[in-house]
Design a protein around this ligand. Structure first.
Ligand code: HEC
Ligand code: HEC
Ligand code: HEC
Ligand code: HEC
Ligand code: HEC
Length: 158
């Protein structure tokens, strides 16, 4: 090998070693669901995650609009509960991978109880079913997929 190629060959060799090490020791990855079963009072919805995430060509963040900590995809319900009640107040404080997530809704990272006036305004955060209906329908109206008034049972089981 000509001498002037040695630095390049060395760099390539190092990059290859790093790539192989990364392949053998991948960062622990979250399991991406193929389908998500959503039981609810309107009739069970089976959401085909694989079609939507892979075949239709969307970015993960088109739907997971809050990918707090780049590679962690939180369930929608961790921020969009069916009700902002006692249970949400208690449970949600441990539902997030980082304090960055708290700032999505709180002005500061809260510690302990919060006075009424320091609590986030819940009117601006859609509840669970609204968050889903809005996101599913808005995209379907634009790109295709069920959204019209008579389309309920294209998503919900009877
Ligand atoms: C068309 C919208 C859409 C796209 C695109 C999408 N997802 Fe999802 N994903 C969802 C919905 C809806 C759920 C169900 C969330 C729930 O049950 O609260 C979900 C659930 C998940 C979950 C399970 C979360 C949990 O803890 O329950 C993971 C992980 C995930 N998605 C990863 C991804 C990745 C990675 C991509 C990109 C390759 C992606 N998603 C693309 C809509 C989408
Ligand atoms: C880390 C918290 C968090 C997660 C996780 C999250 N959201 Fe949201 N979402 C919010 C907040 C806060 C708002 C209120 C509006 C705003 O500040 O953007 C919101 C707003 C929305 C809106 C209304 C947007 C608008 O333009 O009016 C929809 C629809 C929505 N979310 C759907 C979803 C869906 C579906 C998922 C899961 C795929 C999801 N969200 C995951 C925090 C979250
Ligand atoms: C999706 C928005 C959202 C996120 C993200 C969020 N919170 Fe909250 N939090 C709220 C809302 C809304 C309330 C008040 C609920 C009410 O008034 O019923 C609240 C209340 C609280 C309270 C007061 C509980 C009480 O009983 O007085 C604490 C403490 C708290 N959150 C801590 C946290 C921490 C810590 C994080 C991050 C790890 C976090 N929150 C992330 C929306 C959020
Ligand atoms: C970002 C865009 C987008 C979002 C968000 C989205 N969809 Fe879709 N959906 C599509 C497209 C595109 C099609 C395919 C339309 C076609 O091929 O005619 C589709 C088709 C469907 C279909 C019919 C085909 C099938 O898979 O059986 C169902 C049911 C469906 N979506 C359910 C949902 C539900 C439930 C949600 C919300 C949790 C959702 N979708 C959110 C884009 C989206
Ligand atoms: C694009 C798919 C889709 C269509 C179309 C659709 N829904 Fe839904 N619906 C959902 C999803 C997703 C949820 C949330 C499931 C969950 O909470 O796990 C939901 C939730 C509901 C709920 C439960 C509300 C709650 O607060 O628990 C009712 C009731 C409902 N839908 C009625 C309807 C009716 C009536 C129509 C027709 C006018 C309709 N849906 C059309 C996907 C759809």
């Amino acid at each position: 090998m000509q001498r002037r190629y040695i630095p390049i060959a060395t760099i390539v060799a190092i990059m290859l070693a790093v790539a192989v090490a990364g392949y053998l020791n991948p960062v622990e990855e979250q399991e991406v669901p193929a389908r998500v079963v959503m039981d609810n009072t309107g009739g069970r919805v089976i959401f085909n995650h694989q079609f939507h995430a892979e075949d239709y060509g969307y970015d993960c963040t088109d739907c997971h609009h809050d990918d707090i900590e780049s590679d962690t995809f939180l369930s929608c319900g961790s921020c969009h509960p069916s009700e902002f009640n006692e249970q949400f107040r208690a449970d949600h404080q441990k539902a997030f991978p980082s304090e960055e997530a708290c700032l999505r809704c709180h002005d500061d990272v809260p510690e302990g109880e919060l006075a009424e006036e320091d609590r986030p305004d819940t009117d601006s955060i859609p509840l669970r079913a609204d968050a889903f209906h809005t996101q599913c329908m808005d995209c379907h109206e634009q790109d295709g997929g069920p959204y019209e008034e008579d389309a309920c049972y294209q998503c919900h089981a009877r």
